[in-house]
Design a protein around this ligand. Sequence first.
Ligand code: PSU
Ligand code: MN
Length: 315
Amino acid sequence: MITDLAASWLTFSAPVAAAQAAGRPLVALESTIIAHGMPYPENIHTAREVEDLIRAAGAEPATIALIDGRIRIGLADEELEMLGRSSKVHKVSRRDLPAVLASGELGATTVAGTMICAALAGIEVFVTGGIGGVHRGAQKTFDISADLQELARTSVAVVCAGAKSILDIGLTLEYLETHGVPVLSCEQDNFAAFYTRDSGFRADLRLDDAAEQARFIRTKWDLGLAGGVLLSAPVPEASAMIAEEIDALTRQVLGEATTQGISGKAVTPFVLARLHELTGRRSLATNIALVKHNAEVGARLALALARAGRSGGTA
Ligand code: PSU
Ligand code: MN
């Protein structure tokens, strides 16, 4: 349950507040993908297109960021623009939230950061591109995204196109299993691989229909099993990259990161930017396509959850 004290840090945009008051379904969106995941101006265009897709599907988008010492739920166009243009935006995960809020500086929320804020705001569905995960070589570096811990503890359904293939997907799924995070898939049996459709690993359960997904999620939370649910949707076929190509480039770029001493929270933005560069922006086009597709899947899920009611047995 959200405390009044926590709620006092939130500011809702007028459209989000109106949708919430009317009981219309909401879909949370992250801002790290805008500030650190894509170059300007594609980041802003994509953010707007994703919001429009969610509205067209009958839900209200709520892009989340930290601005002027407030957790902002729903952003105005100028604020999206500011996040997309500024080079001084913090990447905010669980660890960073208090410091960036207290400083009043600009913060873009990661999957973990956005899940925390969405849960505080009472939003059940969150759409992203790909989640963070266990990095390749984590046996040595201990680099495991805080996104995974957040999925274990915070009750938000996260729609993603799998985990970025820059990660160790097998270990990421092991970690999620250990922490009791259900991994659902739609449109295919296997967990998606971000730039490509097939990670080679099966999801726990395939549920294509949004009503079925909603019933699963309600059941989990009705039982008091706190924590997230991951829903994997593959990038549309026409926009997918060729696995061999992206894998080879990924290995190259991860090598560059090591040589240049890039570590911690800088790794993911570095790798994404280098891949965009090396593929002549084809990886960027794929990234945009998969986020837009996730927005449609997430909006359908938010509608189904709203139809199923907040709690109480069968849908
Ligand atoms: N997915 C994208 N682009 C991104 C990210 C995910 O398509 O930029 C971001 C998310 O915000 C995710 C973060 O939470 O990368 C993971 O960073 P790290 O590996 O440092 O935890
Ligand atoms: Mn990391």
